[in-house]
Design a protein around this ligand. Structure first.
Ligand code: FE2
Length: 396
């Protein structure tokens, strides 16, 4: 990007005509080894509806895609059907994981062109899928490591309002017929509402590069900065900066490893991800952390085990910030939920163990009561728990 074009391309006010104004997280695309089976895992453990699919039976010859929905969360699970499909190669190198954090915009082609003008590298050129009912257009840019951001614009039957109500994802998706599991999940909700934040792990020394990329290319703003004094234990450390998309759409923390006596959890991720940066965790927002975690635990979700000693000090710590936690303290302890507070309020959060055999991607379940931060007060307890897990895997 030339210096001359920089001020105009990044001085991005809240103007409605900004092509890079993000309207929503359109969907999160995973590349997985077997989308059909993964769909059942995420539906069974996390309560998603297996809503639509495209595969050989619907005329999709190259790949199978499953759309899973819950609240305003849309996950697309993609498997390549031949060895030449890029999803197959990525799964071989990195294991199952997130490929695309896609955003809804007013005009995908304009958003793509603007991102390129701002310095982005193309992942794929804009393409339109249409039928008599409507159309979607999408184009993608590369961000850190294997990850891309697609810009998606929607028309007719496929517009965002319809999609949020369970409408078709795109002309290539067909609605699924009834699943017994979908009925069960409607009767036993997990309460996950939307993607609160999405965390990336990048290589040592690259965090600031990607912070600048999100500022210059997508017009994000720096929200918080944690350094390795905040996020360290005796053995391992990391550094993190949080990028904010504005308009409450999403926050994207970016981590890099920091020097510690032993291997950082970020380095462990990179080691098992073929040294490739990628998405470390996706945080789902709930308005009732206790009900969500209780239901997820009942379904067999494997959460990180928090040491019992955590609850000896946590209530004093949050009370000092001036907030009374209205949820039942004993129930929080029984469910192993983490609590933190800042100047604006408090939050409840809990992290799953890795979702696949490689210690890479995991989920977070978060409930905010005023707090817009990320659980800084929990980092030490959390990292101690993570290190115990790393040691068990022989990776510390
Ligand atoms: Fe998080």
């Amino acid at each position: 990007m030339s210096t001359a074009s920089k001020p105009s391309s990044i001085s991005r006010p809240s103007a409605d005509d900004d092509p890079l104004r993000l309207i929503d997280v359109d969907h999160v695309r995973f590349y997985v080894g077997n989308a059909k089976q993964s769909a059942y895992f995420y539906a069974h453990c996390f309560g998603f509806q297996i809503q639509q699919c495209s595969d050989l039976t619907t005329g999709s010859r190259q790949e199978a895609n499953y759309l899973l929905t819950q609240g305003n969360i849309r996950l697309v699970l993609t498997t390549g059907l031949s060895r030449d499909h890029p999803a197959q190669r990525e799964v071989m190198l990195h294991g199952d994981g997130i490929k695309d954090l896609a955003f809804t915009v007013a005009d995908a082609e304009a958003a793509y062109e603007q991102a390129l003008k701002n310095g982005a590298e193309s992942a794929y050129e804009p393409v339109t899928y249409s039928c008599e009912a409507g159309a979607i257009t999408k184009g993608g840019v590369k961000t850190y490591g294997r990850v891309i951001h697609s810009f998606v614009s929607r028309r007719g039957e496929f517009d965002l309002a319809n999609l949020r109500k369970g409408g078709r994802m795109s002309p290539i998706f067909k609605n699924r017929l009834q699943f017994a599991l979908n009925d069960y999940n409607r009767q036993h909700p997990c309460g996950l509402e939307y993607v609160d934040h999405c965390v990336g792990n990048v290589e040592l020394g690259k965090m600031d590069h990607w912070v600048k990329w999100y500022e210059e290319v997508l017009g994000f703003k720096l929200f918080k900065h944690f350094d390795d004094k905040d996020i360290s234990t005796e053995y391992s450390a990391l550094m993190s900066k949080v990028m904010d998309s504005g308009f409450g759409i999403i926050k994207l923390p970016i981590n890099e490893p920091a020097e510690g006596r032993r291997k950082s959890q970020i380095q462990e991720y990179l080691d098992w991800h073929d040294d490739m940066p990628g998405i470390q965790h996706l945080a789902f927002r709930t308005d009732d952390e206790l009900a969500s975690v209780a239901e997820l635990r009942r379904r067999g979700v494997d959460f990180l085990a928090i040491p019992e000693t955590y609850y000896e000090e946590v209530w004093d710590r949050v009370a000092k910030m001036g907030w009374g936690i209205r949820e039942d303290h004993e129930r929080i302890r029984q469910l192993g939920i983490l609590v933190d507070a800042d100047d604006d309020g408090y939050l409840l959060q809990l992290f799953t163990k890795p979702l696949q055999d490689r210690p890479t991607l995991f989920f977070e379940i978060i409930c905010r009561r005023g707090s817009e931060s990320f659980g800084r007060g929990n980092f030490k307890a959390l990292f101690t728990a993570l290190e115990a897990e790393q040691a068990q895997r022989g990776n510390l």
